[in-house]
Design a protein around this ligand. Sequence first.
Ligand SMILES: Cc1cc2nc3c(=O)[nH]c(=O)nc-3n(C[C@H](O)[C@H](O)[C@H](O)COP(=O)(O)OP(=O)(O)OC[C@H]3O[C@@H](n4cnc5c(N)ncnc54)[C@H](O)[C@@H]3O)c2cc1C
Length: 337
Amino acid sequence: MSDRCVDSKKTARMNSILHYLKKNKIIHYHNEEIKPYITMKIGGRVKLIVIIKRNEDLKALGLKILERDSPYILIGGGSNVIFSDEYSPIIVIINRTPDIKQYDNHTIQVNSGVTNQSLMNWCIKNNISGLEFLAGIPGSIGGAAAVNAGAFGKSVSDILKYAEIIDEKGHIQQVPNLFFQYGYRYSIFKTGKKILLNIFLNCRQSNRSQILTRVNTNLKYRKENHPSYSHFTAGCFFKNPLINNQRISAGKIMERSHLKGKHFYNLWISDKHANFIINKGKAGFHDLCNMEKEICEAVFQKNNVLLEREVIYISPDGKKIRMGICQINCFFKLSKK
Ligand SMILES: Cc1cc2nc3c(=O)[nH]c(=O)nc-3n(C[C@H](O)[C@H](O)[C@H](O)COP(=O)(O)OP(=O)(O)OC[C@H]3O[C@@H](n4cnc5c(N)ncnc54)[C@H](O)[C@@H]3O)c2cc1C
């Protein structure tokens, strides 16, 4: 197919999506910077940003985009993703679908765009327990289910029963917990293109004051041990590595490698928790990549540990990249030993 033919197909595809957005009064912005929607405030302009506030719109738009094979990425709170500084000719869907309801005595049904914070408030109001570990984790429940977010020894994989999804072929299905292939901070949704629409979570009725106590204890721990939420971060940047079958704190290993509190480029390794990398305001994607490389090399040299990034990088064509150059460099050194 000639380049002109490919271009006119792409234009027709985009026009049909734009027509749909306008017709359904869905908020969208052309050629806007993505960084305001990302907690680390890094990332360049993207072709189209769409803000979705109704589950029917997420379903319909998801089907339309998948049907037309348009390059896209779906995000929730943007607290575990970083975009490159280059222009990305893709559609970024920002999911803010809001509904939560009691499905049966032991299950709640949550739209994937509901923030963990709203979910927590709803649970407190309705005396629902079992989700307190999510208190203070920024972002949406869809994002949390996709990356298997967790804290205090519990993660989403422990409470997710099943989910309503759209697969890559545009089929709407209900899939069980096993379908996610959950691992530590991993599911197949973290890297793939499938869309989570609704999440069904295990829960139980409990006493409101006990729920509140657990939520407040967790929030207090975060306040005392993590940098302030007003900083631009993506939470823990690296996964806790598995050493002798045990997860060891990446922050502690970075501390042992004398990295805590260091300033590199326009970034800062928090002096409260070394696994929190803070954008001082002007950092770009290149600064972050350079810093990641230096951290990985320092940790590898001083502690012989290979750190793996937890945060996902999004390439300009909308691909999710898990492993960084620094890790490949370290592997290279390892294999030469
Ligand atoms: C201050 C701070 C503290 C943090 N503390 C923790 C912590 O204690 N534990 C922890 O695990 N994480 C923590 N994080 C990281 C982050 O908040 C979590 O991983 C969060 O669950 C990500 O949700 P999100 O909606 O922001 O996801 P996003 O960053 O928007 O997306 C993450 C991934 O999920 C995919 N995704 C999002 N929504 C959907 C959907 N509906 N369907 C399919 N795929 C989807 C995206 O495509 C992407 O691959 C922290 C971050 C910050 C900034």
